[in-house]
Design a protein around this ligand. Sequence first.
Ligand code: PAF
Length: 289
Amino acid sequence: MNELSNIKVVGTVEAVRDFVKACRKEGKSVGLVPTMGYLHEGHESLIKKSVAENDVTVVSIFVNPMQFGPKEDLASYPRDLEADTKLCENAGANLIFHPEPSEMYHDDFASYVDVNGLTNALCGLSRPGHFRGVCTVVTKLFNIVTPDRAYFGEKDAQQLAVIKRMVADLNMDIKIVGCPIIREEDGLAKSSRNTYLSPMSRNESLIISKSIFMGKKMIEDGERSAAKVIQAIKDNINTSAIMDIDYVEIVNGLTMESIEEIKGDILCAVAVRVNGDARLIDNFMMTVE
Ligand code: PAF
């Protein structure tokens, strides 16, 4: 614990703007780490990267209702502001923006940000409206914080690609920094949703990372048929009776379009429902000559 750090938690757009204005007056650069809270080492790595690259770091903690479907886990999404505040403080962040939904979405809210094309695949297909919610809230956060840089995890690889495209298309003057997936020692990708897993499901979930590592090894060993790699990953995951595959896809890493031949920048992405408890995602990205 850094005894000298003194993180502020604010809930209004006005308070964030005042803070950022004061930083700008002193010529300070600002990094933003957008999160939905229940922070783990993955988020911590984003915050630390922002702290290393900017004079001040703002972390937003907002479980954004707009990016959840009607049957999804908005109500049960884990929340722990006290633990999150400690993690942010220890990682060196300066401000937490923790608004109420009513601060972000007034009753007459009517404006949305849609990115077409690359949202028509993967999570965009299985979670209709999800990326509209993500792009709208991220645009709002960018407009509120006006960061120089913003940090996103590569675990949500499609989200990262969509946000990069949005920033380029809409001329947002913000550098988007992608940060590597952080895993548990046994390989499971860190996720706030891992908390939904019973010990038994947690253990069986290792099949997800093991299967994608196997797929990666197939490509490293020369396999170039996307269909064969996808099938091998599916077969491996299906050896567990409690895994219900949402998708296993290999796509172009920039456009998210399906590919047949593994070549260039690729993303292999997996989404699996575990025992009806949690929907977990994982992936690897590769450049293949
Ligand atoms: O990745 C997340 O946690 C969320 O999608 C984000 C970027 C904070 C937007 O709500």
